[in-house]
Design a protein around this ligand. Structure first.
Ligand code: DGL
Length: 276
């Protein structure tokens, strides 16, 4: 097998603090149906949204070292919090292409807004880092960005409260202040929030364009693989393989995964990530 062919069939590594990154995997499987994927969800140490930068960098380094043992050709940090706090550090440290979700999401919002007023919702750590605001203003200094942390959205999704009336109340509680502004585009800056999209859309109304960085990230990944001539176009004849690894609670992960993914996931393997 040639080196080029090796690279094409090598898997993409995708990681997140837990289950939420499956929204990104879902988009990758739609847009790049022939790619093999190795997913790691850090279910033992979730949530990252309330952790410090130094720990989020350490966790990300360990996960990338693990994914490298699977010979991945590129890595997608599906977690907004890890993308916001650790992407620059790990990019300097590791010798393979690594993309996060912030730049693709920011770019889509800059393209979507008509009036330059953008809202961003995310975890405490993502919002405190101000990374979305920084990246958006680097793309266009005229943009005005309002960020809002919505920490209860993650447990609501994980507890299966997507359709619950409590979730509608929490959405109103967090988003009222954004709704009463002029924003005309809003980034769902957390892996779990696309799973609340229809409720968020119903509350915010049709005038606000909702941006899902998961979709944009899969498009960026596709461009990266094409530019590097690493895209798996399926000509090798092997059907796509998906492997799932977690640091704890594999069964809970599989149950949740099967509510998000369009195909059946039969198992997730446990990894002792502290060893990496
Ligand atoms: N995956 C995280 C994110 O996208 C949300 C869950 C967490 O706090 O770890 O920011």
């Amino acid at each position: 097998m040639s080196m080029e062919c090796d690279k094409k069939t090598a898997p993409i590594g995708v990681f997140d603090s837990g289950v939420g990154g499956l929204t990104v995997v879902r988009e990758i499987t739609r847009q790049l149906p022939h790619e093999n994927i190795v997913y790691f969800g850090d279910t033992a140490r979730v949530p990252y949204g309330s952790k410090s930068k130094s720990n989020i960098i350490r966790f990300s380094e360990q996960i990338i070292r693990f994914l490298k043992t699977k010979q991945v050709k590129a890595i997608v940090i599906a977690c907004n919090t890890a993308s916001a706090l650790a992407l620059d550090a790990v990019r300097d440290e590791f010798d393979l292409p690594i993309i996060g979700v912030i730049v693709p999401g920011a770019r889509a919002a800059v393209e979507a807004t008509q009036n330059g007023e953008i809202g961003v919702v995310g975890t405490d750590a993502t919002v405190k880092s101000g990374t979305y605001t920084k990246v958006i203003r680097q793309m266009d200094p005229h943009m005005h960005v309002r960020e809002k942390a919505c920490p209860l959205f993650v447990p609501l999704v994980e507890e299966g409260f997507k359709e619950h009336v409590v979730t509608e109340e929490v959405i109103e509680y967090y988003l009222e202040s954004l709704k009463n502004t002029n924003i005309d585009a809003m980034i769902l800056g957390c892996t779990h929030y696309p799973l609340l999209r229809s409720k968020i859309r119903a509350y915010m109304g049709d005038k606000i364009q909702i941006v899902n960085p998961a979709y944009e990230t899969a498009m960026d990944l596709k461009r990266l693989l094409q530019n590097e001539k690493m895209e798996n176009d399926g000509t090798e004849g092997v059907s796509s393989r998906y492997e799932f690894y977690v640091s704890d609670a594999a069964e809970k992960f599989v149950d949740f995964a099967n509510t998000v993914m369009p195909f059946d996931i039969s198992k997730a393997n446990i990894v002792n990530i502290e060893e990496y």
